[in-house]
Design a protein around this ligand. Structure first.
Ligand SMILES: [Zn+2]
Length: 380
């Protein structure tokens, strides 16, 4: 370290106060995570920090400040490096768009460098089964964060009513396959992105090996037809045997402003245990089904004009919500997913689902636990 040209992290605020005994208190405050660390030390350390310019080596700066042993210098430098307070001036990512994000990773994930977190993200492969409003937004967030490899599975075409919540869709996309639109959209964000597309509907006999190879790091299930519980069981049991993580998104109840849950075999409860926890908590809850007419039958598109058809007894049915709600769910979910993909060793293996209750202004949480009494998978 002593022969390296170093700089202070850009996200760091440093406060120095002099003490009566001649020492100084240095407070390091991370602007991003609000974490603080205080040390009581000699005034030369403060001067050293102020002198880090990325042009002179640490050794050259220390020499100008007095006589220090190599040991003293290396204790100081190792402390600063381990805390992610300094970085090597020449370090630059392959793609400069990630510079500010890497600075954030430096503060958030302390087990390795911000560059390493970014590198890990860029190596990941995510499969998304069911590309709708929430999962479409999740894919966009993850693509912008740096993930470059996606498998997209969805048989549906863009409908007029999708324009309310599917932020990747435009008017002239109506009638085209959702995954074609989503794939193009992602590639316009980052031209290194590679996608594999499957125009499939998931059914009980679907062979998941088709979509999910051993190089997949995470599967996001947003497939709520016929029912999210069933598709998640099928996918979750398959992934459990392959030690691939699953994020269950969408579908449950109204599910308008909520996270899904991240299942990481073998550390978190398995998919069966998650569903058992739900069943216990929802013993008295029964799903209600509403007849859903196709909203697009209301509207006809001809020569760039829309005509509204008169229909009697039109029942739009089901839960919908606003795009702000889909985005809220996508954002809330992706924070945890990014923490997982970037290899944060402070990730707890709690499997929780959050829901924001809009009328009460509170965030609620529901934790899923291993049902060891009945589960062979989690009992080992
Ligand atoms: Zn289990």
């Amino acid at each position: 370290m002593i022969d390296k040209k170093l700089k202070l992290q850009d996200t760091l605020d440093i406060y120095i106060s002099e003490q009566k005994d001649g020492k100084v208190i240095i407070t390091f405050s991370r602007m991003t995570t609000r974490e603080r660390k205080e040390i009581v030390t000699q005034p030369f350390v403060a001067k050293f920090l102020a002198s880090l310019d990325g042009e002179r080596t640490a050794g050259e700066i220390l020499k100008g400040l007095g006589d220090f042993s190599k040991e003293q210098a290396s204790i100081l430098l190792n402390f600063l490096k381990d805390e992610h307070f300094i970085y090597e001036a020449h370090e630059a990512p392959e793609d400069p768009r990630y510079l500010r994000q890497i600075a954030y990773f430096e503060d958030m994930i302390l087990s390795h460098s911000g560059m390493e977190s970014q590198r890990l993200l860029q190596q990941k492969h995510i499969a998304i089964i069911g590309c709708g409003a929430v999962t479409g937004a999740m894919v966009e967030i993850l693509a912008r964060a740096g993930v470059e490899k996606f498998t997209l599975v969805d048989a549906k075409k863009v409908r007029y009513s999708d324009l309310v919540r599917h932020l990747f869709c435009r008017l002239d996309d109506i009638g085209k396959y959702k995954i074609d639109i989503l794939s193009d959209y992602l590639k316009r964000i980052n031209n290194r992105i590679k996608t594999a597309l499957f125009y499939d509907e998931l059914n009980p006999n679907t062979d998941l090996n088709k979509y999910i190879g051993t190089d997949v790091d995470l599967v996001i299930n947003g497939c709520d037809e016929p029912y999210l519980g069933h598709t998640s069981l099928k996918i979750g049991r398959f992934l459990q045997t392959k030690n691939i993580a699953l994020y269950v998104m969408g579908g449950f109840d109204a599910h308008l402003m909520s996270s899904g849950e991240l299942i990481i075999p073998p550390k978190t409860p398995c998919i069966d245990c998650c569903q058992q926890t739900f069943q216990k908590a929802l013993t008295d809850w029964k799903p209600t089904y509403t007849q859903v007419e196709k909203p697009e039958q209301l509207v006809e598109y001809n020569n760039h004009n829309y005509t509204i058809n008169k229909m009697n007894h039109f029942d739009i049915g089901g839960s919908g919500g606003l795009s702000v709600m889909s985005l809220f769910s996508a954002n809330l979910s992706c924070m945890r997913i990014i923490q997982f993909l970037a290899g944060d060793d402070r990730l707890d293996y709690k499997t929780e689902r959050y829901e924001y209750l809009i009328n009460k202004g509170i965030m609620t949480s529901f934790e899923m636990v291993k049902q060891r009494a009945f589960c062979k998978v989690c009992n080992e």
